[in-house]
Write a protein that binds this ligand. Sequence first.
Ligand code: 5AD
Ligand code: SF4
Length: 446
Amino acid sequence: MSEPAPRKRLYIKTYGCQMNVYDSERMADVLAPLGYGVTDSPEDADLVVLNTCHIREKATEKVYSELGQIRRMKAARAEAGADMTIAVAGCVAQAEGEEIMRRQPAVDLVVGPQAYHQLPELIARAHRARGERLAADFAPEEKFDALTVARRPTGVTAFLTVQEGCDKFCTFCVVPYTRGGEWSRPAEAIEAEARALADKGVREVTLLGQNVNAYDGEGGLAALVRRLATIPGLDRIRYTTSHPRDMDDALIAAHAEVEALMPYLHLPVQAGSDKVLKAMNRAHTAESYVRLIEKIRAARPDIAISGDFIVGFPGERDADFEATLQIVREVGYASAFSFKYSRRPGTPAAAMPGQVAEPVKEERLARLQALLDEQQRAFNDAQIGRTLPVLFEKAGRHAGQLVGRSPHLQAVHVSAPERMLGRIVPVRIEGAARNSLAGALELETV
Ligand code: 5AD
Ligand code: SF4
């Protein structure tokens, strides 16, 4: 299908997780045939989509305040005789529904995470009338079916959703309520999409799912990884996010045996105190998590471990927080995300006694982040002097420079010719900072 040159401008703002980044790409894909091209400035946009997330703090308020600003841009455009359509998509749309349109009448339509393939139709409808605009309840199958042909990758790496939803009900988290129960795509559909991506030059896919390692197609995620690893041109496979309790032996064996499966694992532990882990309903202990990491490292010794942490969960005392620092020391993380606990209405933890004061959370977060930063630096420093295969993804900030990724997902800056984009090239690592590495091409590749 040849697409018309963009006649209309689309501005998408994405909040939150990689699942949303992926969804935003797909929204741009389904809108391109209607003549929408992506712009970076909301002021000039004919269509503004806020792809929201409400996993963390005050996200809903942020969306409303952003909408207030966009409403003013819409008014300014109206004065100049131009239209602007405003759509709210994603988890806040799912959770708040028509309330959004009530609170901010400038919003033209609301679309839940399962229904964005209907955007073109919804937009057409919103243009015609201001009638029924909510489409938040669609089976995920329909969404994927409607979108399998529209994908246009922009680079050499791509996200590929294989699983959605979560049945784990961690007591702090809204995902089981907003994204619904766990659901896996059929392996055939995933393989077809991965082949189409590889045909278009994609070298690396990241398999996405809120609970990606709970993927329940035949043979689980391990079988899916092995299947995708046979696709010519697809040299690198990653997956995120995983839950410790679904990290089975087959997947660990895949880390030892499948060359395309990159040595990087995002495996959130959230906290180091068993009392807190129990209150979080995590279904693992600090000890069982550490044993699991040992097992994974036995299979793939160079694997980079990444994690998520929450400080100040209700009932967390100083000693509990110390246990979090202790598990960080025991595991040694290559990278991590850490958050202050934020009360999500409707989740069990929001109603728990022992809510922790803000300054205490701040102080704990600062201490935890200092330790995690130190570990990230140490992990990066340890690469100096090594030669790593780097997949070049894009031009660097300086002329003559490219940026790629190491197997451990570290950004690597290298002086290299543009023709090396999309290639995996050995790079000698010469320098390290907290968030990236610097290296040079091995002489024989120049
Ligand atoms: N408060 C703080 N952090 C949270 N996360 C999820 N819900 C909350 C919350 N209510 C964090 C967890 C999860 C990551 C995606 O976001 O660490 O792993
Ligand atoms: Fe939320 Fe827990 Fe499910 Fe992750 S595993 S999405 S933190 S409920």
